[in-house]
Structure formats: C-alpha cells, structure tokens
Write a protein that binds this ligand. Structure first.
Ligand code: ZN
Length: 287
C-alpha cells in the first residue's frame, strides 16, 4: 500500500495523508506518555481522525472543556475507556462498582463520547459462571442511565489469559449471548483482534454480532509475548491476520473507526511523535 515505503522518522504532511486515515483512531493509552492536549495535537498533525480517551488522560481536567478542545482540534471522540470491573466476591464492592460505572457514563456524556467500553471484570475468588451473572447484573443496572444520556456500552471480550482478574467474558460468543439476553439498543460489543484472533468461531460470531459491533480495536500479537499486559505489537509485527478480521467486521456492517490500542512499555519509551508516524504507516500497510 501507499505508505509501505515510509520510514519511522518520516514526518507526515497532512496535505498528502491518504483518505484511509479518516477511519484511523488512536487510544490515548497507546501514547500514554503524552498529556491529552499534546496527544490530540500530534494525532491531528499525523492525519489521524479519531481518538478514544482513557480516563487517566482526563485526570485533573474539566471533562466538558476537554471534549470541546478535542473536537475543535478536529478529532472525533470515538469512545471513553473504560468501565466495567463488575465482578467482586464482596457485595458492597459490587455496588460501588455499579456507582463507578454510572460515573463513567456521566463522564462520557460530558466528554461527548458516544460509547463506553467495558472490561467486564473477574475475581479469582468468584467462579466464572457466577462472575458472568454479576457482569450481567452490573450492566443491567447501568444501562438505563446510559440510554438516558445517549451513551452506548460495549462488552469487550478479553483474551482468556485475563479470565482470573480482568474479564470473565473471554470470547465473542459469550458477549453476543449476553447482548441477546439483555437486548438493549444501548448495548453492543467491541471486537479487539488481540483478544479474539485465534477463535475458530470468530467469523461466525462477528456475523452474529452484526450491528451490535460498536468498536473495532487493532494491534498485533508478538512472539514471544514478553508481558501479558504491556507487550502488544504494532500492526504487521505479529501473527494476527488483521485485514481478514477487518473484512469480517465490515461484512457484518461495521463502518466505524479502526482504533489502534497498543499497551507497550517498549513503545511508550520511544519518542512519541515518530511513534505516531509509525502507527499511521503500520495502519496503512497492515490493516
Ligand atoms: Zn481493546
């Protein structure tokens, strides 16, 4: 593709950015060292069109003003990350989690984010079937406020390596089933290639999700993976067939942003401007 010749240090002139970047969104967590305002300016400079804001990036800021600044700079706010963590052996803690999720939904509305992504939660002290019931109850408790404020919720199934402490929902089939059972127009799924790429039923489950696909996250799976959380690869560095999965979500009707979400201590240590250029190049070549 057009950008394959690009080197990591090329500066990108927005005037010659390919139209394809109009669907490119970057998560603030991908460029975690950058304060929100600088991230916004750097994304715009690189021709990126969308931003998903992680809550830590909003710390100490007026959320409404932050949203206005982002839009004024020319970026679309794709989602707020993240809510969830509904699972806990302690009932009091589960109630606290539901209140916290309502606060996240209000924050999304203030920011102007149409979507909150849910990392649904898990607790090693809670058996997985019970954990899933707790997730369902938590989502059902938060949905009325979300619907009232015009904010959608997306269940993001995580890789099963996180089933102990991050999410009892580890495949798209389980997320789809929960969406179908709850049956709310304000609830859908987030498809993240990192968490789902190996699932033999992925194509069928993406088709089943259809219009419930509210977000599409990309990065790559490194071999070896040196850290379970913070060693994700740039697109094209690993073994995930991202274009194939992208084709499935688009065939299912998804036409939204393609969101680059990379947690990587290696990449966070880089100079972030040239790293953002590398992200754009990897997106154009490998997504
Ligand atoms: Zn994700």
């Amino acid at each position: 593709m057009s950008a394959m010749h690009r080197t990591k240090d090329d500066l990108i002139d927005p005037g010659r950015v390919a139209p394809e970047t109009r669907r490119l969104c970057i998560h603030t967590a991908t460029t975690r060292p950058l304060p929100l305002e600088i991230a916004v300016d750097e994304y715009v400079r690189a021709g990126v069109s969308g931003i998903t804001v992680w809550r830590d990036a909003l710390a100490g800021r007026n959320v409404r003003a932050a949203g206005e600044r982002i839009r004024k700079a020319g970026l679309e706010i794709v989602s707020l990350c993240r809510g969830g963590f509904f699972v806990n052996a302690d009932e009091e803690e589960r109630i606290v989690a539901i209140e916290e999720n309502r606060a996240v939904v209000r924050e999304a509305a203030e920011l102007g984010a149409p979507l909150v992504v849910l990392v649904c939660g898990a607790d090693p002290a809670v058996p997985l079937p019970v954990a899933r019931d707790q997730i369902r109850s938590g989502i059902e408790a938060v949905l009325p406020l979300a619907a009232e404020l015009g904010v959608k919720l997306a269940i993001e199934p995580l890789h099963p390596m996180y089933a102990d402490s991050r999410s009892a929902i580890t495949d798209l089939a389980t997320a789809n089933r929960m969406c179908e059972e709850i049956d709310s127009p304000a609830l859908g799924v987030a498809v993240d290639v990192y968490h789902l790429w190996f699932d033999p039923s992925l194509e069928a489950e993406i088709d089943r999700a259809g219009e419930r696909i509210l977000a599409f996250h990309v990065c790559d799976w490194r071999t070896p993976t040196r850290d379970l959380l913070t060693d994700r690869g740039l697109m094209g560095e690993g073994c995930i067939d991202i274009p194939e999965i992208r084709g499935w979500v688009e065939a299912a009707g998804f036409g939204g942003f393609i969101e680059v979400e990379i947690f990587s201590t290696e990449y966070w240590a880089l100079e972030q401007r040239s790293y953002i250029n590398r992200i754009v190049g990897a997106y154009e070549a490998h997504v």
